[in-house]
Ligand binder design. Structure first.
Ligand code: HEM
Length: 214
């Protein structure tokens, strides 16, 4: 790579114009198939579209809805702030370190409850490649099946009649362990589940903690 793209804030190694670190576009531009050909402009655009939607829009939505829910419920907001202030007390700045991420249990419960209530990806679709029997019903090959994650997160049989209420205690460990592991799937499940879920949760925790800290 000659470093034409995104060079504004990048460091270059020596005078060879070789970048010290490749950014997203560099990786796409330099990627090669087994036969040595690179991605077409259309393929590069499709990858950028995927990452902008899959990686950015979704996390922004999860964060916005968490802030909205905390604004609606000052009691929970105060508890999150108390937790963050306690974690950061005595420090010079509000940097959230890697080892802090598992020390924010209440904030994490609020984040998950907001993702349940306002599921960022409400619907996913799978194409049926062979006749498949689900609960005694044959879904023929060639059909598309919509899986309604928002509906899953609002199933009264699982979440109760108050499923429209913001109640972070649903994600207390003792309540989680009594629930089916597929009852809460904001990142989908199976072979094509979200590749960025840990990154997204960590990013959201850092931002929330820093926004709410006083
Ligand atoms: C709160 C944030 C996020 C949510 C709720 C979310 C949700 C999802 C869901 C539900 C799927 C499955 C789609 C399907 O089954 O058709 C998915 C796939 C995917 N996600 Fe995320 N995502 C989030 C953040 C991210 C981030 C930060 C990245 C990248 C850094 C990312 C990259 C992807 C990619 C590349 C796929 C496609 C995987 C595949 O098809 O094999 N996501 N995401």
């Amino acid at each position: 790579m000659t470093g034409i793209l995104g060079s504004g804030t990048q460091k270059y190694a020596g005078s060879s114009q070789q970048k010290a670190r490749l950014d997203f576009l560099d990786i796409l531009l330099s990627a090669r198939y087994e036969d040595g050909t690179g991605l077409t402009d259309l393929e590069i655009r499709e990858e950028v579209d995927t990452f902008l939607f899959a990686g950015h829009e979704t996390t922004a939505s999860a964060l916005s809805w968490t802030l909205y829910s905390l604004a609606q419920h000052p009691r929970h907001q105060d508890k999150v702030r108390e937790e963050v202030n306690h974690l950061l007390s005595g420090r010079d700045d509000d940097t959230i370190h890697w080892e802090d991420l598992h020390k924010l249990p209440y904030l994490t419960m609020c984040l998950k409850e907001a993702m349940r209530l306002h599921t960022p990806v409400p619907l996913i679709i799978r194409s049926v490649l062979e006749d498949t029997v689900i609960d005694g019903v044959t879904v023929p090959k060639g059909f598309d099946v919509s899986i309604h994650l928002y509906g899953l997160h609002h199933n009264p049989a699982v979440w109760g009649p108050d499923h429209m209420e913001f109640d972070p205690s649903r994600f207390r460990p003792e309540r989680v362990k009594d629930r089916d592991s597929h009852a809460f799937l904001p990142f989908s499940a199976g072979q094509r589940n979200c590749i960025g879920q840990n990154f997204a949760l960590n990013e959201a925790k850092v931002l929330l903690a820093r926004l709410i800290h006083t």
